[in-house]
Structures are given as C-alpha cells and as structure tokens.
Design a binder for this molecule. Structure first.
Ligand code: SF4
Length: 661
C-alpha cells in the first residue's frame, strides 16, 4: 500500500500547505489498513460508521439492547465507556450477550484517566480508545515552564504508563484509537504548544511515537473539537505532520465533539466532518448528537454515501497554476478571512450576508417574509426581525408590491430592474459585460467558478460576485474559483450560490453545510444564497440552514450556541430533556455559548469554549460554571435551570425574549 509520503507528489505534499492528496479531484488519503476484529478500516475500505452507547455500562442488558438498535441501524463499530475496572470487566458480559444474539460487531472501550481499565478492556474488546490528554495526566490547570530535560522526563513517565497497554494490544491483536480532544489537552501540552491545533496533533504524536517504537501500528487517530475551525485545522495538520514526519499514514476517525441536537447538531457535524471528507480525509466517522445513538447513524450514512461515486461523477477540475500547482495558496491550518474591499454591507469586516432566494415565487406577500425572520406587526404598523432575519431577498423577475422592512433589501434580475436605487440588479456575466445601466453602488454578477480564470475581472467597487458550480465536487470547484481570484489579486466580495435540486430536507441540512463549510472555514465567502426547487414551503428551512452554516463555521454568530455532550454511560442526568429545557429558556440569547455536560470527568474540558456551563456532578446534583470556573458547586437538579438563568443575569448577559422569539 502506498503511503502519502511515498506518493509521486511526495515532494509537493511535504512542502508547503499540502494536507490532502488533491485539492482538485476527489481522492481518499491513502492509509495503512487497521484491523478491528473482523472489520478493516482505511483507504482501501469504505468509510466506517460508528457511534457510542449512552446506557450505563453496568446495565448489561440495557447496553446489549442499545448496541443491537445501533447495529441494526447500520453502526459498524460500537463504543462503550469504561470509566473504571468494573465497567471494563463488564464489557465481557456485553460482548458475550451480543455474540449470543448473533451480533459480531466490534466493540471499543472508551477510556479516560484509568490505564488499569484500558489494560483489562484491551484483553476483552476489539479496540480501545485512549485520550492522550488524560491517560497519564490529571488536569491541574497549571502552566509549567519545562526545560527540554524536564519535558523529556515527562515523556519518559508517559512511556512507562502507556507501554503496558501497547504490549497488551499487540499481544491480543487489539486496535487502538489515540483520540485527542481539544477540550482535554494535558497541562504539559498546553504549557508548550498552547490551546492550538498543533498542541492537539503533538498530544497524539507523543503517544504514537511510543507505539511506533514498539512496532505497533494497529492505530486510528482523531482530533476532535466542538469548534469546527480548530477541528478541521487539527486534522489537516495531523495529515501533514504524519507525512512530513515519516510516520505511517494512519486512518483517521472524524468527529465534532458536543455538536448538540437537532438541526444545529446536524449542521455543525456536517461542517466539520463534511469539510474533511471533501478533501478525502477520514476513514471512519461518528456524528455526536444529543439524541439516542441510533439516530446518529442515518446522519453519518448520508454524509458518507455522497463519496461512494464522487470520483466518477465529478468533472475534472483544472488546477490553478500558482507558484506550486498542488499547494494551497492560503493557510489551511489557521482561519484567516480572504481580504476583500467593502461593498455596501458585504466584504471587508462585515459578517457574511444571507440572501433568500424567492425568485420562484410569483407573488410575494408580507406573511411570506416570516419564513426569513421578518415579521409585520399590524398594530404598531411596524416590521420586527428575529436573529435569523435574512439581509437580502432575490425576487428574480418578480416585483414586490409592499414596502420591505428596513433590514431587508431587494435584488432583481437585471433585465427587470427599472433603475430604482433601493433595489439592486443581478446580472449574468454576459449581461454585465454588455450592460449600459448599472447601479452606482451595488451590483450582483453571477459567474461560474470554473470561468474565473478565463474572464477579465477588475476590482470594481460596486460589484459583488455570486459564484456557483454545477460540478458534483462543488466545494473544490468553488475553492478553485477563490484560488483563481487570489491569483489575479481580485478583492471583490463573493457570495456562495448553491442549488440543491434533487435532495430532501434532511439531505439539504447535511450537504449544504458540507459544501459551504469548508470554504467559510478557509475564509472564503462574504455571503450565502441557497436554493431548492418548489421553494415556497422551503424558505424557512433554507434560511435557517444558511444561518446555521455561518454559525457552525463560526463566521457569523446569530443565535445561542449549545455545546451539549452526546451522553454516555457516565451521564448523570437526562441530557436530552435537560438540553431541551435549557434551550427553551435561553435560545434568544444571541452569541452566548452554553455547555451542557453529562459528567464532571470530561464535561468541563469538553466545553472549554463555553461562556456558561451546566455539568452533572452526582445524582441530581449540578455544578454551574462561568467560563472554566465553577461558581455554584452543588445545585439540586430541580432548581439548576433557574440558577443558570440567575447566573446569566448576574453576569449581565441576560435579556428578555422579544415578541418574535
Ligand atoms: S461529558 Fe458527556 S459524553 Fe463525555 S464522558 Fe461525560 S457524560 Fe459522557
């Protein structure tokens, strides 16, 4: 099997920003195979779907039944938490129960802090997952000034703790995932590398070197975070560091931690996981939703099935010849927005804008605007807007016969534009080249991403480019368009236009984030316009998806963000019910991040990014956090949501919901 580093492009891959086999055509990153029981993982095999149980691991029958529901739904690998030796031991009963029912799906023991549980589990199940941030370290939140000698002494200490597990895995043929979590990096890594993608990668490499020294390579790696930018950058950096450092090309397990529930959880997972799948990274995925694990499986399957025929279906994309043809001209390991000049409220330092496409609606009425966040209130005769109020409405060839709200501006096809300065024309490229009548301040010009290298663009101060592509490998085609703009030093703001003619609503919420998320994470895109056929009843869905994508890519925050764990055998309260309760009373708090975590073991680390935290610490006992600090230590579960609201009020972040929320 060819390793990435051995491939014909190795000199280019090892040089510069290359992290994927190709930025132009869909290709899986070549990996070594990993064997997990009877299941093989890696680039020669389909991308595997996995999930994790939420039942207490000591509840043998409950765990078996839940595993079966997951496997029947299509789960190819089932992870079960083993917080201590007794749960690790009980994996044997669960495994035997499953075998007795005819289920041979490999099991994975999820380990944090407890090497002795890992060493036992590795003798029982097909794979163990360790977290390099807490396998040999307890968190003390200390910044330590290491010398090279004292750092090496730490690595020697880790080796002593970790080596027995490696030896057991080798002896028993057990696979391992070295699974870094952004939220639980060790003090050692944080002290030396900071809270960065590089720190995440180094955290895994410290353990990987020990495995390679022992000639043990039945390993999968992961770099999870609830922050999609950090997550994508860390996986890309991992790919590059493995290749540059002469490591074997290990398969990758992709996941966004604590993605949340419902629509937001799906969109956020698709932005993170989908972005990497587009570039051929990832050999197994887990979509973490705050829902029963069997509901994660169809979402994961939808994300993965898109790539089964991707290479055959997509039209080849011609590389943009920059200095080095295979190298990204932007930094794929750190988010930086493409530099643009400001045109109206697009580009520059403006947040990306949402354009609602109403062009298929012949008669638009006031009530139709509710779907895109604008509400007419007859009594005060005023318009109100919620947090998902679209910025522009594209009406094609149709007029609007009422006054639009101030926050919403109209765009029409250029052929139907009457010169009204409050309405903005939308041109095709050909129309634009021949147009005599143009708006003085703001014109939208549609171009195919593939044509950008062949048309003659200049840095007009009154133009927004709207780019689209019909290529099945749409993200790469649009990215090529941005590379071409970069090459020509064109700084016009760009709107991403994406049409989904043949998908259902569930698919839209996964495919659009996949296609747009990677571009936004790379700093490309000053606006987004989504469309589907027969859109009349889809306007609300398209609008919510567009705002959801911008939020999940962290380029425009318009609603409360929930970082809620998917729950597991450690969970101390009903996560789904509690999340729904918290959401119901806080979802008008735009821009606030609330962590809802099932346990104290991993919860605080996993919600590192949150402004407020709600963490289970014991039966019916909750700890409330402000940032990383516990401020209410042992609140009875019954009053914990009220106490959380009180805490938000005490910190000046509360506001009362408005009439439309
Ligand atoms: S934070 Fe949630 S998913 Fe993670 S270990 Fe605790 S209960 Fe399980």
């Amino acid at each position: 099997m060819t390793r990435l580093i051995d491939s014909p492009n190795a000199h280019l891959i090892a040089d510069g920003n290359q992290y994927a086999p190709s930025l132009w055509s869909y290709q899986r990153r070549e990996t070594i195979p990993v064997q997990i029981g009877d299941l093989y993982m890696g680039s020669d095999f389909p991308i595997r779907i996995q999930s994790m149980t939420t039942v207490d691991t000591m509840d043998t029958q409950g765990s078996i039944e839940q595993c079966i529901r997951m496997i029947d739904a299509g789960c190819e690998l089932v992870r079960i938490t083993a917080p201590s030796v007794k749960e690790a031991q009980n994996l044997e009963n669960i495994r035997n129960g499953l075998r007795a029912r005819g289920y041979h799906t490999p099991l994975v023991a999820d380990i944090h802090f407890t090497p002795n549980a890992a060493e036992l589990a590795a003798r029982i199940v097909e794979k163990v997952r360790i977290n390099p941030g807490n396998y040999a370290d307890k968190k003390r939140f200390e910044t330590i000034d290491y010398t090279d000698v004292s750092y090496q002494a730490e690595l020697d200490r880790i080796r002593d703790k970790f080596l027995p597990l490696v030896k057991i895995c080798k002896e028993y043929g057990t696979a391992m995932r070295i699974g870094t979590n952004h939220g639980s990096l060790s003090d050692r890594i944080l002290s030396r590398y900071g809270d960065t993608p590089l720190g995440m990668v180094e955290s895994a490499l410290e353990f990987l070197r020990i495995c390679e020294d022992e000639q043990y390579s039945n390993i999968v790696l992961s770099m999870k975070s609830s922050n999609t930018q950090v997550m994508v950058e860390a996986y890309r950096l991992l790919s590059k560091k493995l290749a540059d450092g002469g490591f074997k090309a290990y398969p990758m397990h992709l996941g966004v931690t604590e993605a949340g529930e419902g629509e937001d959880g799906r969109i956020k997972s698709a932005v993170g996981i989908g972005t990497l799948l587009e570039d051929g990274l990832g050999d197994t995925i887990r979509v973490s939703l705050t829902e029963d694990p069997e509901f994660e499986i169809p979402v994961a399957q939808e994300l993965v099935h898109r790539y089964e025929f991707r290479s055959a279906q997509s039209t080849p994309i011609e590389p943009v010849t920059i200095e080095k043809p295979y190298v990204s001209p932007i930094n794929p390991f750190a988010h930086e927005r493409r530099q643009t000049h400001e045109v109206a409220n697009f580009g520059g330092h403006q947040v990306p804008r949402v354009i609602a496409d109403f062009s298929q609606m012949p008669r638009i009425q006031m009530d139709d605007l509710k779907a895109i966040g604008h509400f007419y209130l007859p009594e005060p005769d005023k318009w109100a807007m919620n947090d998902l109020g679209a910025d522009y409405i594209f009406t094609g060839k149709h007029a609007i016969d009422f006054m639009l709200p101030n926050g919403l501006k109209q765009i029409v096809n250029a052929a139907f534009w009457d010169g009204n300065a409050h309405v903005f024309p939308f041109f095709t490229w050909e129309e634009w080249c021949d147009a005599g009548n143009k708006h003085a301040d703001l014109n939208f010009v549609l171009v195919e991403a593939e044509d950008i290298t062949s048309i003659s663009l200049s840095n007009n101060s009154n133009v927004i480019l709207v780019i689209q592509s019909s290529n099945v490998h749409q993200m790469a085609a649009l990215r090529r368009g941005f590379f071409a703009l970069n090459q020509q030093n064109i700084q016009i703001p760009v709107v991403l236009k994406m049409a989904y003619p043949n998908v259902d609503e569930n698919q839209l919420q996964l495919f659009a984030p996949t296609d747009a998320g990677g571009l936004l994470i790379d700093g490309f895109g000053d606006g987004i316009m989504l469309s589907m056929p027969y859109m009349q009843d889809k306007n609300a869905l398209l609008n919510a998806t567009a705002f959801g994508i911008l939020q999940a890519s962290r380029v425009r925050i318009s609603k409360t963000e929930y970082i809620s764990c998917p729950s597991c055998g450690r969970t101390l309260f009903d996560l789904q019910e509690t999340t729904a309760k918290i959401r119901q009373v806080t979802d008008h708090l735009k821009g606030i991040k609330i962590g809802i975590m099932g346990c104290i073991v991993n919860g605080p680390g996993e919600m590192a990014d949150a402004d407020y935290g709600y963490v289970g610490i014991g039966k019916d006992k909750i700890a409330l956090y402000k940032g990383q600090e516990v401020v209410k230590k042992s609140v009875p579960a019954d009053s914990a949501v009220d106490e959380l609201i009180a805490l938000i009020k005490e910190n000046g972040d509360w506001r009362e919901p408005s009439i439309n929320e």
